[in-house]
Design a protein around this ligand. Structure first.
Ligand SMILES: Cc1cc2nc3c(=O)[nH]c(=O)nc-3n(C[C@H](O)[C@H](O)[C@H](O)COP(=O)(O)OP(=O)(O)OC[C@H]3O[C@@H](n4cnc5c(N)ncnc54)[C@H](O)[C@@H]3O)c2cc1C
Length: 334
């Protein structure tokens, strides 16, 4: 039964500690399964914007502090606080595109994949996060360095307007001309933002001819040579090429390409010492051809375009993804 609040009924579901579904909602609030030992008193799975002022009023009446989550990709899990109310915005996932004005209205839980899939038919693009399951909520509030950001700049620069519910329960529009101070803060405050964002209006870019990604993996023993090569190479790359050097503990092997294919022009070692894979799943390939269940550790194990070669199928833009694991993985505590 939905919980009665001081001002009416929630459209979403309010789960208190001990309720069935509470543990699942708490675990789902942190993307990688490293759920901290912190327990909100209640979790509201908001179904619509109108739930937010109600939730704030209810929290005030109960003397609870409030935290929020959109996609749950905060590394530290700070959305989980002891004794508070967690407002779970993951159902606010609406996304509509206006190709004429090249703008989109999106809910805070819209992921990179959601947005790319919505924009692809219109030949439009947005610098979504590199991990396809990162939601725009936390990503845009913290600035957002996404795909092609060396050309397009930080993603928050393409936010035209936000809708937000302030602590006193007012729903406000914020832009350069309206509530400009809140709008300024919303583009960089990150987890410190002091209102609940229920929607973003985004300015979009014409889609470049292609967006592709290549990953190369080398043994840790090669770190100095690889780093030297990467730094030298990155200096001369045009701005529409971005590089990332990731140091990671080794895990199970993922897909490889035949030695020599797709390797850098001056590899630090012969390519046979490195495996080629996509380090970050490529959100730029809409699901056109559902494939086999992911053989990796995606918890959903759903067919994914990131798990099988897929074609974008639009003439010159032919992007093949390589088999890779989903960025989200269930980890175990050491
Ligand atoms: C695998 C991975 C890859 C990443 N790749 C990139 C990348 O390429 N570029 C980049 O810039 N960042 C990247 N990040 C960082 C990511 O952008 C941030 O962690 C961001 O906060 C995630 O957004 P979220 O909505 O999923 O997170 P959440 O955990 O839901 O939110 C993080 C915090 O932001 C605040 N918040 C979220 N939504 C709202 C809202 N609607 N209203 C008010 N406050 C809100 C809350 O305080 C919340 O605790 C990555 C993170 C991960 C885990």
């Amino acid at each position: 039964m939905p919980e009665r609040t001081p001002a009416g009924l929630f459209e979403g579901i309010l789960l208190r500690r001990g309720d069935p579904g509470y543990d699942r909602a708490r675990a789902d609030a942190v993307w990688n399964g490293l759920t901290p030992e912190r327990f909100p008193e209640a979790i509201l799975q908001a179904a619509a914007e109108r739930d937010i002022p109600l939730a704030l009023a209810w929290a005030r009446a109960q003397g609870l502090r409030v935290s929020t989550r959109s996609g749950g990709h905060n590394w530290s899990g700070s959305q989980l606080r002891d004794g508070g109310l967690l407002i779970d915005l993951s159902r606010l996932r609406h996304c509509s595109v206006d190709p004429v004005s090249a703008t989109a209205e999106v809910g805070p839980a819209v992921t990179g994949t959601d947005l790319v899939e919505a924009l692809a038919p219109h030949d439009l693009a947005f610098p979504v996060g590199h991990c396809p399951s990162v939601a725009v909520g936390g990503f845009l509030l913290s600035g957002g360095l996404g795909w092609n950001s060396r050309v397009w700049g930080p993603a928050c620069a393409d936010v035209l307007e936000i809708r937000a519910v302030t602590a006193d329960g007012r729903t406000v529009i914020c832009s350069e001309t309206e509530n400009a101070d809140l709008f300024w803060a919303a583009r960089g405050a990150g987890p410190g933002f002091f209102a609940v964002v229920t929607g973003f209006r985004l300015g979009l870019h014409p889609h470049p001819a292609a967006i592709t990604t290549t990953g190369l993996t080398f043994p840790l023993a090669d770190v100095e040579r690889v780093t030297g090569w990467a730094v030298r190479t990155a200096r001369d790359l045009p701005s529409n090429v971005e590089t990332a050097l990731v140091l990671a503990a080794s895990g199970e092997a993922t897909a490889t390409a035949p030695p020599g294919r797709g390797s850098p022009s001056v590899p630090p070692r012969s390519p046979r010492h490195g495996t080629r894979r996509s380090l970050l799943s490529n959100p730029w390939v809409p699901a056109r051809s559902p494939g086999k269940p992911c053989p990796g550790s995606c918890p959903s194990r759903r067919p994914s375009p990131h798990c099988t070669p897929a074609l974008l199928g639009r003439g010159r833009r032919r992007i093949a993804t390589r088999p890779t694991r989903c960025g989200r993985r269930r980890a175990t505590r050491p």
